[in-house]
Write a protein that binds this ligand. Structure first.
Ligand code: ADP
Ligand code: MG
Length: 255
């Protein structure tokens, strides 16, 4: 795989809500095999950017390219099939299903039978069911939750839930994973595990856009960083370049 290929290109994207410009003429590239940080003060447009990329909002201006294809106007489901998936700033798990079943939800789209029929044991062949369970279990091992496989997702700690959410997101083997504040609400040791896991995800050739407030995490694991303020890009570069950027420090101190 070519190290400098752009898996995702954001070109001149503007997203307005009435009179408010949440994202203002934003452009950046996510290169394959990299972790790209998107940082900036609260309300600067980070989550809106993720919502635009995943088809939840349609921007008034600009293009979002996966490879060379513009995906603006496509639905979230179609964009996921093209290889871009996300996690949410707030957990979105099925608390009544088991941990394993939550990952199976993420896997079902790559199999013929739908999730409900698999959970009910209908229509799906025994082999298909076994394959899905085995893949789901393997993903739980990847994120370190295999011991929780048969517990209800609702019984997990908040931190464990965040890891489960990521297991589910990477189940479809996306090209691009968008993480919205994965460290929020985690304790120190969970943050270290989260950093390790994000680095492991990069190793399996999933490029990552990391929205995060936890600066130690961002500065330690990102290859490149884009900084937003009031919806506009105010700086971009390596972690070292960003840490030495006066305007960036000002926008954070002013927050
Ligand atoms: P961040 O994730 O960087 O904290 P957001 O992207 O959530 O910021 O929000 C950027 C701005 O857009 C904020 O002023 C927010 O209130 C506004 N905004 C976000 N979503 C909507 C929406 N659906 N309707 C109206 N305003 C919104
Ligand atoms: Mg946000």
């Amino acid at each position: 795989q070519n190290e400098s290929t752009n898996v995702l290109s954001v070109k001149d994207v503007t997203m307005k809500f009435g009179g408010l410009t949440a994202v203002n003429d934003l452009s950046f590239d996510l290169k394959s095999h990299t972790i790209h940080g998107l940082i900036g003060p609260n309300g600067c447009g980070k989550s809106t950017t993720i919502n635009v990329l995943t088809g939840i909002y349609k921007p008034q201006q600009g293009q979002v390219l996966i490879g060379s294809e513009n995906i603006v106007g496509l639905t979230t489901e179609v964009i996921a099939k093209k290889g871009m998936v996300r996690t949410f700033q707030n957990l979105q798990l099925f608390s009544g299903l088991t941990v394993l079943e939550n990952v199976m939800v993420g896997l079902h789209s790559s199999y013929k039978s739908n999730l409900l029929s698999i959970l009910l044991g209908l229509n799906s062949t025994k082999k298909e069911e076994r394959d899905i369970k085995a893949s789901a279990y393997h993903l739980l091992e990847f994120v370190g939750l295999e011991k929780q496989a048969f517990k209800k997702a609702g019984s997990l700690s908040y931190g464990q839930g965040r890891f489960l959410e990521i297991a589910r997101a990477i189940a479809t083997k996306p090209k691009v994973l968008l993480l919205d504040e994965p460290a929020a609400g985690l304790n120190h040791s969970e943050i270290l595990s989260m950093m390790e896991m994000i680095l492991k995800i990069k190793k399996i050739y999933i490029a990552i856009l990391l929205v995060e407030h936890h600066m130690d995490m961002v500065m330690n694991i990102c290859d490149e960083i884009t900084v937003l303020n009031f919806g506009q890009k105010i700086a971009a570069g390596t972690p070292t370049e960003i840490q030495n950027h006066p305007e960036v420090m000002e926008s954070y101190l002013g927050n």
